[in-house]
Design a protein around this ligand. Sequence first.
Ligand SMILES: Cc1cc2nc3c(=O)[nH]c(=O)nc-3n(C[C@H](O)[C@H](O)[C@H](O)COP(=O)(O)OP(=O)(O)OC[C@H]3O[C@@H](n4cnc5c(N)ncnc54)[C@H](O)[C@@H]3O)c2cc1C
Length: 460
Amino acid sequence: MGHLLDDLAVIVDTSGILTGNDIGSRYTDTRGHGAAGVPACVLRPTSTAQVSSILKLCNDAGRTVVPQGGMTGLVGGGTPGDGDVVLSLERMNVIEEIDSTGRTMIAEAGVVLETAHDAADDAGFVLPIDLGARGSATLGGLISTNAGGNRVIRYGMTRQSVLGLEVVLADGTVLTSMNRMLKNNAGYDLKQMFIGSEGTLCIVTRCVLRLQPKPLTTSTAFVGMNDFQSVIGFLALLDSRLGGDLGAFEVMWSEYYDFVGERCPTLKPPLPAEHKFYVLTDALGADPDGDKERFEAVLEVAHNQGLIQNGVIAQSDADREGLWAIREGAWEGFRTLGPMFTYDVSMPILTMDGFATRAMVEIEAVFPFATTLILGHLGDGNLHAVVAVGDGSGLAHRKVNDILYGIIRDLGGSVSAEHGIGTEKLDYLSWSRTDAEVEVMRALKRMLDPKGILNPGKVL
Ligand SMILES: Cc1cc2nc3c(=O)[nH]c(=O)nc-3n(C[C@H](O)[C@H](O)[C@H](O)COP(=O)(O)OP(=O)(O)OC[C@H]3O[C@@H](n4cnc5c(N)ncnc54)[C@H](O)[C@@H]3O)c2cc1C
């Protein structure tokens, strides 16, 4: 490694390489998803040319490379093993251009999402990719995981916001496809193969993102309902009556809502805990004179049709934040559960309630004192589950995984809706993908990274 380290140090200069005790916990914090090894070094390049030179050297030497962004991933995708070279894009953090006419942003991969939001906002637009880790997650990480989040129902996954991409392949080849147009059918759309590849096929260095007009109004409601058919009916009603303004549709099963009331003293549940389901919904509109009335009118129709039993409408930004905190801010309660396992799965919407019921029954049959909390982005077919069984061992985790992913397999769903596979779900990829699909993935990996240096042991 000695010579290689010296050569790598020449590429990034002394401020761009960390070794030994200088490697801080930022680069090895797994968020409880597996255990990190001791990396040989951390490299912090400042340009695509440097990334290319690093990969060429590492590929020639057969040295494994683990790309990292903000390290907020939830499946261990950025976790280094012993002797890996960590490639952190954190210093490639320049927003190069915002084109107000074409509604695009060109940025480097290490730009933090919140910084990109602020820049889009200053230019009068919105970058619609959004999630709870916005203060740390980077554009490169979001693209490499094809992240979802709260606005997918309106704007799609990260993939739908990426127009162009610059990546570096394992052998150092720079592939620049910085397309700015919505339409470009000149041959294969190579970027689609790299989006969501979790650092196993390339290093993302720069991107062209699509910006959207800024909504002028946000209307938010939190409602209670008594059966799952009503939840589906309410979604259909909002979809058809809001003229494309539906911005979020988050559902919480009663077990989750009751838990928030009991274990999260800083949160204020807005409704009595007497319903089977709770929905938090946002409408993002462009008519300050009419949106509020239209939103309230649709809620009234839902009430008259018996879809919703009770509800509150946010009257201020503070109200809105309080309602969203019920959905996003239950961490203080989760901490009281002891060891817990978290899940991110998707399935056809009609099967969701059956999934939730089966999950609770089957987990309790094995772990009688289990807590199973279910919530999610219902409009996107995406549910999250938090399961605590009073035992954080690998064996208990495996048992719960087998139960939940087994139900998902029966339903034709996905073991990963938005977080990716990383190391966490390696054993379950084939539960959601056919043998032929996995073999094509392996063939792509062999073609683009024949020595297997990029993020080894992840995804496949
Ligand atoms: C509080 C919280 C809320 C979250 N909410 C959501 C949510 O709603 N939806 C959702 O989808 N995710 C969510 N996440 C997960 C996480 O934020 C996303 O996966 C995010 O995309 C990761 O970005 P990052 O920069 O932190 O990437 P990292 O965690 O550093 O890396 C993630 C993966 O991408 C690879 N990678 C990183 N940068 C590059 C690059 N430049 N080139 C190639 N590969 C790269 C890494 O090797 C790794 O495999 C949440 C996480 C937290 C902590």
